[in-house]
Design a protein around this ligand. Sequence first.
Ligand SMILES: NC(=O)c1ccc[n+]([C@@H]2O[C@H](COP(=O)([O-])OP(=O)(O)OC[C@H]3O[C@@H](n4cnc5c(N)ncnc54)[C@H](O)[C@@H]3O)[C@@H](O)[C@H]2O)c1
Length: 250
Amino acid sequence: MKLKGKTALITGAASGIGRGIAEAFAKEGSSLMLNYFGKEKEAVELQKDLTSTYDIDVQIIEADVSNEEQVKHMVDTAVHHFNKIDVLVNSAGILTQKLFKDMDTKTWDQMLQVNLRGPFLCSRYVIPYMIDQQFGRIINISSQLGQIGGVELTHYSAAKAGVIGFTKSLAREVGRDGITVNCIAPGPIETELIEGLDNEWKQNKKKELALPKFGTPEEVAPSAVLLASDPDGNLFTGQTLGPNSGDVML
Ligand SMILES: NC(=O)c1ccc[n+]([C@@H]2O[C@H](COP(=O)([O-])OP(=O)(O)OC[C@H]3O[C@@H](n4cnc5c(N)ncnc54)[C@H](O)[C@@H]3O)[C@@H](O)[C@H]2O)c1
């Protein structure tokens, strides 16, 4: 029960890695405010599953993380209900593919809106509460593609590299307030996000990996538990953990 007494806000929690982190946090005793966007059925089912299995308070709230008004409302609702937010996990994200010569401004802007502005807005509205309580853990789900880049992914890689830079700078600003800010940069993980990727690409990618397999959300979630836990995560800030099957070795 490493997170007993803590409250976490997790974005994009109705599926994939966000959902895996919600399940792992619940197991460790954390109360949860789970954000979803359009996946109400999945969010309601997850809330039911978690509250029937664990003795914790789980709330769900719909918000588009790129919309400032909706993010403000989400954070205010979480603080009103729980009186605090100890941990923020920015997992909401999208993935599209386009060669750079075909990259239109709308596709570029939409990617940065969700995958970079989203973590900015959520952190921006949560940070004042964390500063007040002189404690907080922010965990941003970046991607190894922010470290190595990828064909047809200039917009995604730029957003995810932006998240890493954002994390390091914010970590330097708020460390004295008892707040840590870290990234997780997973390799390929079996979720809806990569379902649409070309099968041949997936087979070739698996062969390139030092551990020739794609990961699962359950294999990413323990990194988030580590970063959120006291004392396990106390000395990590500005770091990027890489559960990536050995694709990137820094
Ligand atoms: N799956 C991978 O291989 C992989 C690898 C590295 C990083 N990531 C990152 O992990 C995070 C989670 O992705 P996933 O693989 O679990 O995929 P996923 O599609 O299952 O999860 C993404 C979630 O974000 C939500 N979302 C999308 N736009 C949103 C918005 N505007 N506001 C709020 N929520 C929104 C979706 O509804 C979905 O539930 C993403 O940031 C993704 O970039 C995934």
